[in-house]
Design a protein around this ligand. Structure first.
Ligand SMILES: Nc1nc2c(ncn2[C@@H]2O[C@H](COP(=O)(O)OP(=O)(O)OP(=O)(O)O)[C@@H](O)[C@H]2O)c(=O)[nH]1
Ligand SMILES: [Mg+2]
Length: 638
């Protein structure tokens, strides 16, 4: 055997905290390597191709692109750089771990003003644990509030802190090379990068990305392989095409793969079967193009293997050597997803309603989404879906809704574990940035959710950074309260902090629900009489049913109301238009807000057209009996 190097390839992942500018930087890399020239107008954040990604402006799935670099650092012949754009939101951390399994190094982006944040720590820790070399890119130097020196220091501190944390797990972390961290200063949006530090708030002194490409050539090692080793490739992502069926993205570690070849497919359970590669595809910018062969170091897509999943191995049929499984952090939040059981289920034709359809869809999601788990419940028409966070689960429900599903979704809960005989629950490290004046309010809010403050520091700019350790449960429904409290200015970010002992009960909302006591249509008249004491989520004409939550009570207890009451005829006439004018506009809750609002005894009805909050038990009498039984229990216990 002899070790050989693919000098014509580099595989690199772009990692960072949410919104630090990864996808925008990839745009500039594509633009400057000529990738957009024959594809019409340049789209912004081209890699955020999913509908929800475009709408929310965040990356949800890790994706790969490939640019052909032939600038001054390429040394004469073009070099293929496979770039993996990863999501920065903590809920999609599983995607980052998957992205890292494909590459030989990372570009760590840090916002020149915000500095390293929780997810920076998470991705950097993963990169160091995988012994991947790191290039630091201080991004958005143009931000008027940038503080470049401090951000570089904070990042270096973080790096050294992590390296010493990891020393037990990964004994041969090379601290010296970490101290030598290559630094590039950039404004990804302008496509400008330099090795020279710009003044705070200004663009780098060089107006293209050459210094970044140079750093990639110098610091991200070219793939190395053993020229006598049989084929070994890892499935790192999945996709589907209407013509080719399932497509598996592979990182080839050893050997060669050709179109039409028969290979061994090693499943998770260890079974092996021979399959034919019917199509082999290379990525060029944003497109996949047919190829005849690919070899160690390449990232390619293959078609023809119908049930292949992430983490499985493609190997040489004559010498099968499986690669290790890809591991991701455990899920922290779960909710039940089942068929729509509301009286209004199926009122719109053509929706997907049956348990079978829901289960098939959930099973399909599992194939491509490594961070989700689906567990059976006692009911045949509902399943418990577990994920890293509320957002990850809400996105799944939103996608299903757009595909035409009607669903009943339970309130998000935490995934608990019994460790050494006692109940444990997941905790988060929460970092908060907010204007000073809100410190008191925030501390109170978090204390009521069983958070404990670890540190607090003042940047001297009127803003304060606080760090808390808090049960994941305490963050359910936290965002709405937090944003109201800080008038939309606060920034909160959380990452997993492992399991700790159950923290005790948390009261999430101290208002009650307004519940409709009958089926019918909402009337302006009823809303006018009731609106003094409550906030509504429905508007005149909306269909309601017994047990549906139509608003929020300013007092803590629930209240059943008749919201369909018609006006008694009298001789004072006011037009409907006039009445509508006097009506306080109802709150229109998004899916995420509904999930946050729902209490233990409530759930959310989701259809392509509407999202409604409802009581799990719709019948008013049954609910009344249950409530008084609970009260009696409380009284005798307390
Ligand atoms: N001032 C400034 N803003 C930038 C720069 N690069 C990106 N932005 C802005 O930062 C925001 C986030 O950019 P994205 O590229 O979506 O960030 P991201 O890291 O891909 O975000 P996620 O994938 O959701 O984690 C957008 O509003 C960009 O316009 C920059 O160089 N300077
Ligand atoms: Mg992005």
């Amino acid at each position: 055997m002899a070790l050989a190097t693919r000098n014509d390839v580099r595989n690199v992942a772009i990692v960072a905290h949410v919104d630090h500018g990864k996808t925008t930087l990839v745009d500039a890399m594509l633009r400057q390597t000529g990738a957009f020239s024959d594809h019409g107008p340049v789209t912004e954040r081209a890699m955020d191709s999913g509908d929800l990604e475009k709408e929310k402006g965040i990356t949800i799935l890790a994706k790969n692109t490939s640019v052909s670099y032939s600038g001054v650092h390429a040394g004469g012949s073009p070099i293929t750089i496979n770039v993996i754009d990863t999501p920065g939101h903590a809920d999609f951390g599983g995607e980052v771990e998957r992205g890292l399994s494909m590459v030989d190094g990372v570009v760590l982006l840090v916002d020149a003003s915000e500095g390293p944040l929780p997810q920076t720590r998470f991705v950097l820790r993963k990169a160091l644990a995988a012994k991947l070399p790191v290039i630091l890119l201080v991004n958005k130097t143009d931000r008027p509030d940038s503080r470049i020196d401090a951000v570089v220091h904070e990042t270096q501190d973080l790096l050294l802190g992590l390296a010493s944390d990891l020393a037990d797990e990964v004994p041969d972390v090379d601290i010296d090379s970490l101290l030598d961290l290559p630094i590039v200063y950039a404004s990804g949006r302008e496509g400008a990068a330099s090795k020279n530090k710009p003044a705070d708030g200004t663009l780098p002194d060089n107006l293209d990305l050459e210094p970044l490409f140079g750093a990639i050539m110098d610091h991200i090692p070219a793939p190395v392989y053993d020229d006598a080793h049989p084929l070994q490739a890892h499935v790192t992502n999945l996709d589907a095409s209407p013509f080719l069926g399932r497509i598996a993205l592979l990182r080839i570690f050893q050997g060669t793969i050709t179109k039409g070849q028969t290979v061994a497919w090693v499943r998770h359970d260890g079974t092996v079967s021979n399959v034919r590669i019917t199509e082999l595809l290379r990525t060029e910018a944003l497109e996949r193009v047919p190829a005849t062969s690919a070899s160690a170091g390449d990232i390619v897509a293959v078609a023809g293997i119908e049930n292949i999943t992430i983490g499985e191995t493609i190997a040489d049929p004559d010498d099968v050597r499986p690669l290790p499984a890809i591991t991701v952090d455990l899920p922290a939040i779960s909710m039940t997803i089942g068929t729509n059981t509301s009286p209004l289920a199926g009122t719109v034709k053509g929706h997907k309603l049956t348990a079978r359809m829901v289960k098939d869809r959930l099973d399909r999601e599992l194939i491509g989404n490594v961070s989700l788990k689906v567990v059976d419940t006692e009911r045949p028409d509902a399943w418990e879906v577990q994920g890293r966070g509320e957002l990850a689960l809400a996105i799944l429900v939103e996608n299903m809704r757009r595909e035409g599903f009607e669903l009943n979704v339970g309130k998000p809960q935490v995934v608990t574990q019994t460790i050494d005989g006692s109940l444990h629950e997941p905790f988060e490290s929460l970092t908060i940035d907010a204007p000073e004046e809100f410190v008191g309010g925030i501390t109170q809010l978090l204390a009521s959710r069983r958070g404990r403050m670890d540190t607090m520091s003042n940047h001297g700019t009127g803003w304060v950074r606080m760090e808390f350790t808090i049960p994941s449960r305490g963050l359910i429904g936290f965002r709405t309260d937090f944003l109201t409290l800080t008038r939309g200015q606060g920034i909160a970010n959380a990452i997993s902090a492992g399991m700790e002992k159950w923290a005790g009960s948390i009261v999430a909302r101290n208002t009650g629900s307004i519940v409709s006591d009958r089926t019918g249509a909402v009337t302006t008249n009823a809303m006018m009489t009731l609106q003094e004491r409550m906030n509504f989520f429905v508007k005149p004409g909306d269909a309601v049913y017994e047990g549906m939550v139509v608003g929020e009570n300013s007092r803590a207890d629930d209240m059943d109301v008749n919201i369909t009451k018609e006006k008694k005829l009298n001789n004072i006439r006011s037009s409907t238009a006039e009445e509508l004018e006097r009506l306080t506009p109802p709150r229109d809750l998004s899916l995420e807000e509904c999930l946050e609002f729902a209490r233990e005894d409530e759930c959310v009805e989701v259809t392509p057209e509407v999202v409604r909050i409802r009581k799990v038990e719709l019948d008013q009498t049954a609910r009344g009996r249950m409530a008084s039984r609970l009260k009696r229990q409380d009284a005798s216990a307390g």
